[in-house]
Design a protein around this ligand. Sequence first.
Ligand code: 5GP
Ligand code: ZN
Length: 138
Amino acid sequence: MENCIFCQIIAGDIPSSKVYEDDKVIAFLDITQTTTGHTLLIPKEHVRNVLDMDNTIAQDVFSRLPKVARAIQKATGAAGMNIINNNEKIAGQTVFHAHIHLVPRFNENDGIDIKYTTHEPDFQVLGKLAEQIAKEVV
Ligand code: 5GP
Ligand code: ZN
């Protein structure tokens, strides 16, 4: 897609440090290197984000995720890894070509702090919400 920076990377018009490529996906080092080895895995077909993926693209991307993750872990000696995906601006998406962040973790003082606030659960509310969501799964 024109004007898409990741499509330009796929086309080779913009250089990238590639770590994996096949006919469906590429993975390359994120320019920001949040931690050493921070990598982006993207489908070659332009799609905005996970909310827009069909099963085929989802399969293309997510079936490659474990092997790319393991390769990063082996090469960097990471103790663990956060696998993160931002969908739409409100969730922090800045490049609108779907991508999965693989962020290797080396120690607890690396400045990354991903926290999910916990609330006292209201199981009736949870039950209703789960039902509403379940109805929408197609
Ligand atoms: P988002 O915020 O959309 O989830 O993540 C976009 C990511 O793309 C950011 O982490 C940013 O560093 C990375 N990025 C943006 N432009 C380029 C680029 O030209 N090359 C590479 N390798 N990464 C990029
Ligand atoms: Zn694109």
